[in-house]
Design a protein around this ligand. Sequence first.
Ligand code: ATP
Ligand code: MG
Ligand code: FE
Length: 348
Amino acid sequence: PLVLGIETSCDETGVGIVRGTTLLADAVASSVNDHARFGGVVPEIASRAHLEAMVPTIQRALDTAGIKGSDLDGIAVTAGPGLAGALLVGVSAAKAYAWALDKPLYGVNHLASHICVDQLEHGRLPEPTMALLVSGGHSSLLMTTDITSDVRPLGATIDDAAGEAFDKVARVLGLGFPGGPVVDRMSREGDRKAIRFPRGLSGPKDPAYDFSFSGLKTAVARWVEAKRRAGEEVPVADVAASFQEAVTDVLTRKAIQACRDNGVDHLMIGGGVAANSRLRAMAEQRCERAGIRLRVPRPGLCTDNGAMVAALGSEMVWRDRAPSALDLSADSSLPVTEVSVPGQVLAH
Ligand code: ATP
Ligand code: MG
Ligand code: FE
């Protein structure tokens, strides 16, 4: 199936076009620079930027793929979770195109899309697959046997998401926003064993598949503050590398444990934090040792984009899943278990 996917859940206006599991176009316009001076994404600015970027980005994707709207088998869009106003821009655009072109509309879950995008790189997901979803708003262990209909949460963060922790630590270190990429870069020059930061929820009595990053974030802030108060220079690269080590240590250990306990031998890592070079390297090492097959999409497909939505839309069409009604609405807190938002099925 030939599917166009629209993503506007946060600050990226993404439009992707996919044929089956082949990526034909991945156009992304980001408003990230407009938010930098506020130290975080400002919802109103994001919505306005999506409005301005929507039509040109769709056009750019169609041009790159060398197809016309009438060639499509369906239009997929992120229906949630995300920023309400931002989601609304994408959902409205998708509905308008679906109606005008008389194509089925698929309102899909952003988190399932972060998993399904891997199909564009490594082919169809094995069943079952364990997914470690680590992004700006989520950190979860999910088991799936069918990415269009069966996503089972095994555990999740009880406080901050992994990406959020990267962003907050970057702020403490004065590295700017978004924090993930810059902490990743700084860490390459640092010693990851320099400081032993706490590994949250890693005790024998702690829940095996849940995460906690807020204690780690506080520990980093306290450590940096103490250095500053003592008038000493903060070894930024060492702090970044040691923090990153603590996050990736817990993430990979728990993900592999979840695979073992559930007899799953394929681990997929998705979401913006999956772009992290240390997480990728450590996961590769540890999975190899554990006899688990690892699948991580290339970094550009880990952060938000339209290709991931198109990938899930294509899978929906391929599996003959019901499309959404044209009265589809965005759901900013759509649960991860709801892979698609069916609504009423309209006749086509
Ligand atoms: P969600 O998917 O939960 O709705 P989101 O869409 O805002 O949240 P993503 O775009 O998937 O999040 O990921 C963005 C997050 O990924 C940010 O917190 C960012 O700092 C982090 N990130 C991006 N690149 C890296 C990296 N190389 N290392 C670590 N973190 C990274
Ligand atoms: Mg973003
Ligand atoms: Fe995301």
